[in-house]
Design a binder for this molecule. Sequence first.
Ligand SMILES: [Mn+2]
Length: 336
Amino acid sequence: MALTKHLYVKYDGDVGEARRLASALCRDLDFDELRIGQAALMVTELATNLARHTHGVGGELVFSPVQQAGETGIDLLSLDQGPGIDNISLCLRDGHSTAGTLGKGLGRIQQLSSVFDISSIPGQGTVLFSRLWKKLPPPSAFTVGGVCLPVNGEQACGDAWAMKQGPDSMLFMLADGLGHGPDAAAASELAVTTFKNNTSCNPENLVQLIHSALHGTRGAAVAVAEVSPQERLVRYVGVGNISGLMLTQETTKHLVSLHGTAGGDVRKTQTFTYPWSDETLLVLHSDGLATHWSLKNYPGLAFKHPALIAGVLFRNHQRLRDDSTVVVIKTSGSMS
Ligand SMILES: [Mn+2]
């Protein structure tokens, strides 16, 4: 399985490593040479901006494999808490020279991206998201993005997430293997294969199947959410410490998980149902992210691409002591 890459960029000397990691992920995913070259060029621009134009603060880059309807892509996230960009639209304008600012090369990155979004708030920093598909997937009512990274110093990630299409809905699963490291990763990866390979699309049934499958592993906190735009509702089943939230710019609703550990002690599972609309965001995150955050502190963020929202939440609320995962889900009545 291709692994997510993550690095901090502060100096010009870090740019080569960023380019190398992005190229390696593209090769893992079997991208052609043209696309690998484009990804390397984009990452060189992003890393150079972080090294030269964040007033010495630097930033981090995350390169994640992404799948939708059988198609494969790569998500590039650039996260910094530098000075921000004064005039993004000017920086994006074709041919505009912004040498000496963080906006350098943004127009080029946008042109090469299949999906592109950026958020920059003066004093809070900049988050840039770019998705490159090998081949464009068919249109979907769902837009989804996530960050899933091991705690510093670990190669294996004890968190894992997955999505799969149901007959009239989309299902999402997040698992946090107890502790971290390879044994935690084994538990959460088994949760993913159980979720994906079983034909069931019933969240409670899936959580019970995962509970059975994880017997003999270290165990995991697990949540499964089924989002049904037609029925305008979400069915949610959680066991253990996974945070599920439904948000609008003004409101936050915490979804109910019951105590227990999949593969260990589960006394009871229960399906909770919540109303859904195209204005709602669903956020699932592991306890590698702090719980006390609010979209109210990020004006306009709710309207951004889910991958960019996940990037901001990860940048500002990762706990650094544990694997961190945040997944953000939106629907649009019109296909996007
Ligand atoms: Mn954890």
